[in-house]
Design a binder for this molecule. Structure first.
Ligand SMILES: Cc1cc2nc3c(=O)[nH]c(=O)nc-3n(C[C@H](O)[C@H](O)[C@H](O)COP(=O)(O)O)c2cc1C
Length: 205
């Protein structure tokens, strides 16, 4: 009888004010007991932004799926994610002719946004789609030989989301992490979706 090896998921968690977080904290709490998931809290580990590159390389190398979980800040991520990219994604490690460390691993973002989904359309209040706004992340993941997955999105955080809705998102997040781990997710289908959790967003959760 073979033991199923779960794919290992690394969550690079980036929230600068965790004590005031509602959404990201709920998502995180729902996943902490999953054995195949490692949560790497970037602001807690590097309050002075002095990122330990060797440590981050080792973490990436020992995981199959790399997730950046963060609130949407100025249509992008909190600053430490950019610092992480600038320092950790070294030539000869992540990219370049010898840079093969991330090849074949998956890249995904899990993002909470204050705006509603409807505002992230060409005709909407924010004028750009989330896919358009995330293109630097997608381009980076391509350069680094990562397989890009659509983001897991929580919209409408400004509305003061009720506990039930937050819980539905957290449950969906947990289920996606499990499905990524035991490879029960149809990656080809998911890759064609706008979001990992398109179904829940359409249901207006
Ligand atoms: C500095 C800053 C920038 C923000 N920029 C955006 C933004 O560009 N788009 C958006 O939809 N929400 C934006 N927000 C709202 C946050 O995304 C929202 O408060 C957060 O996702 C809620 O998650 P939390 O409960 O885990 O803090 C911003 C908030 C802050 C503090």
């Amino acid at each position: 009888m073979g033991v199923i090896r779960m794919k290992k998921v690394l969550i690079n968690f980036a929230h600068p004010a965790k004590s005031r977080s509602n959404i990201n904290r709920a998502l995180r709490d729902k996943t902490e007991d999953l054995e195949h998931v490692t949560v790497n809290d970037l602001y807690a580990r590097y309050p002075d932004f002095l990122i330990d590159v060797a440590h981050e390389h080792a973490l990436c190398e020992s995981h199959d799926i790399i997730i950046f979980q963060h609130p949407f800040y100025w249509y992008s991520s909190p600053a430490i994610v950019k610092e992480w990219f600038d320092l950790v994604l070294e030539h000869g490690w992540a990219y370049g002719s010898q840079g093969r460390a991330l090849m074949g691993k998956y890249f995904m973002q899990a993002i909470s946004a204050g705006g509603d989904a409807i505002t992230y359309q060409k005709e909407g209040y924010n004028e750009y789609t989330v896919s358009e706004l995330l293109s630097p992340f997608r381009a980076t993941s391509k350069l680094c030989n990562l397989i890009w997955l659509p983001p897991f999105m929580v919209f409408g955080a400004h509305r003061g989301m009720g506990d039930e809705q937050v819980d539905a998102y957290a449950e969906d997040y947990r289920n996606i992490l499990i499905a990524l781990g035991n490879e029960t997710l149809d990656i080809d289908t998911v890759a064609r979706q706008e979001f990992m959790n398109t179904r829940l967003i359409n249901e207006g959760a």
